[in-house]
Design a protein around this ligand. Structure first.
Ligand SMILES: [Zn+2]
Ligand SMILES: [Zn+2]
Length: 344
């Protein structure tokens, strides 16, 4: 089978790889679609951890082509979405219900071979059933959406609260839809690219701002009686995080959701922090949120089609990871070239 092998920073080879066969509790799937995540760019550039060599790609869906002898709940031909994060169940954190902090965490596409390949081995514990009439390209948003649900659990937005989202990429636009479902009052999104601001409006943002607009801060303050209740940073850089902590009203809450590169730090005005009694939280992975994510997608509560993924064959992955990120493409997906666009 063809696979993308990550050998180290800036070193990715698309080459033939031995087709694995499933162990007793594993599934072999034909990968139909695998999203290219910001994390994949960080890994490729050496800014985020991955084992080497490894097949990266952690946002994927596929069709079961072979199964281990102990697998009871899935059949050959079933479509599944893959939760890449494999928790040990035995460490201190797992035993206390905080599985996303697992000391022995493994992740498909990071420390174990993942989805940038024609086929992938998936432990049955990581497989989530997707109805056959649901599109693969929409289902491939299940992983990023499951992480966004964690972010929303961390933010616990109350009905009527004002929310500012920073960043209108995949995460910002998924989070925006979750914020809308949550019953937020005013929903404001900050994003420098006009096309993305327009998509945000079509998905329910009432106000959008270009961060380069000098009057943005004052306008948001006026719209929200002194600042929003909640700010969710979805851009993954220090500038966005600094903006996030500066925006809320007194008693406000900030979720730093985006993954920044290793060296980035931010400045916080400590007196401002004290006087506002600010809450700042992170959001890591997707503990117990994957089924909820699939449920929202399959029941069309989240519109993944509006995010219009740009579909490419596996052979183009290196090109995608090494060229400057095009601001107008929200999401790249690597898809099975044997399938027609209409059946993806
Ligand atoms: Zn991801
Ligand atoms: Zn553990």
């Amino acid at each position: 089978m063809l696979a993308a092998i990550f050998n180290g920073p800036l070193d990715l080879e698309i080459k033939d790889y031995t087709l694995p066969s499933p162990g007793n509790n594993e599934l072999l799937i034909q990968v139909e679609a695998c999203g290219v995540c910001g994390t994949d760019f960080h890994i490729y550039n050496g800014e985020s951890y991955a084992k080497t060599p490894v097949i990266t790609g952690h946002e994927y869906v596929g069709t079961i082509v072979e199964k281990g002898r102990d697998v009871k709940d899935f059949s050959i031909g079933d479509h599944i979405a893959v939760d890449p994060n494999i928790y040990c169940g035995e460490c201190y954190y797992c035993k206390n219900g905080n599985i996303n902090f697992c000391s022995n965490l493994k992740a498909l596409g990071v420390s174990v071979n993942g989805g940038f390949a024609e086929y992938s081995l998936v432990p049955v514990s990581q497989a989530h059933y997707i109805p056959k009439d649901f599109s693969f390209t929409a289902a491939a948003f299940a992983e990023p959406l499951s992480c966004c649900i964690r972010g929303m659990d961390q933010a616990s937005v109350k009905h009527g609260e004002s929310v500012v989202l920073i960043g209108g990429g995949t995460i910002g636009l998924l989070m925006l839809q979750l914020v809308k479902i949550s019953g937020a009052g005013k929903i404001i999104l900050i994003e420098p690219v006009a096309e993305k601001r327009n998509i945000a409006i079509s998905l329910g943002a009432e106000y959008v701002f270009d961060p380069n607009d000098g009057s943005m801060f004052k306008q948001i303050s006026d719209l929200t009686s002194g600042g929003p209740d909640v700010v969710i940073e979805c851009a993954g850089n220090s500038k966005a995080a600094e903006l996030a902590v500066s925006l809320p009203k007194r008693g406000g809450r900030v979720i730093i959701f985006g993954l920044s590169s290793k060296k980035e730090t931010i400045n916080i005005n400590l007196q401002d922090f004290f006087l506002k009694e600010l809450s700042i939280k992170g959001s890591l992975l997707n503990p117990f949120t994957f089924s909820r994510s699939v449920e929202l997608l399959v029941n069309k509560k989240i519109n993944a089609d509006k995010l219009k993924p740009s579909l490419s064959p596996l052979a183009d992955l290196k090109n995608i990871l090494s060229s400057p990120r095009k601001s107008t493409i929200i999401k790249h997906q690597i898809t099975n070239t044997k399938l027609k666009r209409s059946s993806l």
